[in-house]
Design a protein. Structure first.
Length: 127
């Protein structure tokens, strides 16, 4: 009876596992840049842009003028303070402050996205 995996096979799989873990760590840490401001969107439309440098509380209202979400910026981080949605998952998401991080309230169709970091840098110049 022959073996299914030999010693060389196990070494090969170990190298693949280490490489996969290394790539995962690289991609998670490559865009960890402090954001400059947030964009709040409601129903896919821009509701407002707010600086992370100014502590404030933002009430997001629906078309009827009723407050659906309350977003709080404190010490350069943002979190969802209140929400009228039934599950409150958006309130349990961690505070965000890094470029491209997002908090989403699906029932109320509200998103908070951090922008900034190296937004002003050029990727390429066309002639």
């Amino acid at each position: 009876m022959s073996k299914r995996f030999g010693k060389k096979d196990l070494i090969f799989f170990a190298i693949l596992l280490v490489a996969a873990i290394g790539l995962l760590i690289f991609y998670q840490n490559r865009s960890l840049e402090q954001g400059q401001c947030i964009i709040i969107a409601r129903n896919g439309e821009n509701y407002g842009t707010y600086s992370l440098e100014k502590d404030q509380s933002i009430s997001v209202k629906n078309e009827d003028g009723n407050v659906t979400n309350v977003v709080v910026i404190e010490d350069g981080v943002v979190h969802m303070e209140k929400a009228t949605c039934p599950d409150h998952l958006c309130m349990h998401q961690k505070s965000i402050s890094m470029d491209k991080e997002t908090i989403v309230c699906l029932p109320n169709k509200v998103t908070i996205t951090v922008i900034g970091g190296n937004e002003g840098e050029l990727d390429a110049v066309a002639n």
